[in-house]
Design a protein around this ligand. Structure first.
Ligand code: KG4
Ligand code: ZN
Length: 329
C-alpha cells in the first residue's frame, strides 16, 4: 500500500510517498519561513498563495525522487484540520483533483494525529500501545493517551501559549532569530540555568500547561536588566529552557502513570530539542522515550500519509465530501 501525503496546514508545503505506513520513499518540503519572517508570524493569505505555487513543483519531483509513476499510488492523504483555512483548502483541492484523476480514495487527516504518527516513520520498532504522546509545536501543547490505532484521549493541553510559541517569543525578546527554538537551545547549552530562577507554571493541574506567565517573567527580567551581554542571554535561555523541560517532563510523567503506559512519544517541532529528549530519557526511569528524527518533528507530509495508513476504514466515514472549516468539498 502506497500513500501520497499532502500537508499545507500552515507555512510548509509538503508532499511525501510512504509505503505500508512506515517506509518513506520520498518527502519534499518547501518552507515559507523566509517569506513570513518580515511580518513576525505567518500571514494566512501569503501562505495560501505560496502553497499554490510550490505544490505543482513538488508533486512531480516527489514521484521522480521515489522512482514511481502516478499508477503506483494507491491512496491520497491530506490534512483537513486544524490549520489556516485558506492554506488547508489548497492541499484539499489538489488531493481531490488527484483522487478524481487517478480514481483513488482521498483520506482526510487531522494534523495532530499526523504528528503522533510521525513516531511510526522509518522504524522497525514502532511505539507499542498504550503510549502517551506529548505533542509540542508552534501551535500546540497537548498530552494524549493512545491505547490503539485511532484510540486517542486528550488528557490536557495548554491554557494559553503553545510551548514552541513561547520559545519564539523569548527568542524575539533576546534578539535571536525566528523560529526561536534552535537558537534558544544552542544558547542554553552555553548558559547557567540557575542564575535566573524562572517559574514552573501550573504545578497543581497535572495535565494542563500554561506558558504565558513564564514568557512574561522573561519579558520582565529583560526589562529589569536593560542591556544584555552574551553571557546573560545564554543564562536566560538556559533558565527558560530548564523551566520548560521540567514542566513538560513532570506532566508527561503524570500522564504515563495515569495511562499505565511505559512509552512516551515526543512529537512536533519542539521535539527537535535534543536537550529535552535526553532529559526525558534520563529522568523517566523505565520509560521508552520515542522522538522522531528532526525532519519528521517539524511539519511534513510523511506523517500525514502514515496517519492515513493506520486510519481504520470503519472510522473514516463518507470520503466523498471532505470538510475544511466551513467549506465542504
Ligand atoms: O511542528 P512545527 O514545525 O510547526 C507547527 O505545527 O507549529 O513546530 C514549529 C515550532 C517553532 O515554534 C520552533 O521554534 C519550534 O518548533 N522548534 C524548537 C526547536 N526546533 C524547532 N523548539 C525548541 N527547541 C528546538 N530545537
Ligand atoms: Zn504541526
Amino acid at each position: 500500500m502506497r500513500i501520497l501525503g499532502i500537508e499545507t496546514s500552515c507555512d510548509d508545503t509538503s508532499i511525501a510517498i510512504v509505503r505500508d505506513g512506515i517506509y518513506v520513499e520520498a518527502v519534499l518540503t518547501a518552507s515559507q519561513i523566509n517569506a513570513h519572517r518580515p511580518y513576525g508570524g505567518v500571514v494566512p493569505e501569503l501562505a495560501a498563495r505560496m502553497h499554490t505555487q510550490a505544490i505543482h513543483h513538488l508533486l512531480p519531483r516527489c514521484l521522480e525522487k521515489a522512482g514511481l509513476t502516478w499508477s503506483d499510488i494507491d491512496q491520497i492523504a491530506v490534512t483537513t484540520t486544524p490549520g489556516l483555512e485558506g492554506a488547508l483548502l489548497i492541499g484539499v483541492v489538489v488531493a481531490k483533483t488527484l483522487g478524481m484523476m487517478l480514481n483513488r480514495p482521498v483520506i482526510p487527516v487531522n494534523h495532530i494525529y499526523g504528528h503522533i504518527y510521525s513516531a511510526f516513520l522509518d522504524t522497525d520498532t514502532p511505539p507499542e500501545f498504550p503510549f502517551v504522546a506529548l505533542v509540542i509545536s508552534g501551535g500546540h501543547t497537548q498530552l494524549w493517551s493512545v491505547t490503539g490505532h485511532y484510540q486517542f484521549e486528550l488528557l490536557g493541553q495548554t491554557r494559553d501559549d503553545a510551548v514552541g510559541e513561547a520559545f519564539d517569543k523569548v527568542a524575539r525578546q533576546l534578539g535571536l532569530t525566528y523560529p526561536g527554538g534552535p537558537p534558544v537551545e544552542r544558547r542554553a547549552a552555553l548558559g547557567n540555568p540557575s542564575r535566573f530562577k524562572l517559574p514552573r507554571p501550573l504545578r497543581d493541574s497535572p495535565f494542563e500547561f500554561s506558558f504565558s506567565g513564564l514568557k512574561t517573567a522573561v519579558v520582565q527580567l529583560v526589562a529589569e536588566i536593560g542591556t544584555l551581554d552574551e553571557t546573560t542571554v545564554n543564562d536566560i535561555c538556559a533558565g527558560f529552557q530548564a523551566s520548560v523541560i521540567d514542566t513538560l517532563i513532570e506532566k508527561a510523567g503524570a500522564a504515563l502513570r495515569h495511562s499505565q503506559a511505559s512509552t512516551l512519544c515526543v512529537v512536533g517541532g519542539v521535539a527537535a530539542n535534543q536537550t529535552l529528549v535526553t532529559a526525558a530519557s534520563e529522568r523517566l526511569v523505565g520509560v521508552r522515550v520515542v522522538a522522531p528524527p528532526r525532519h519528521y518533528c517539524t511539519d511534513n507530509a510523511a506523517m500525514i500519509a502514515t496517519a492515513a495508513h493506520f486510519f481504520p476504514i470503519t472510522k473514516r466515514g463518507d470520503l466523498k465530501e471532505l470538510r475544511v472549516g466551513t467549506v465542504t468539498m
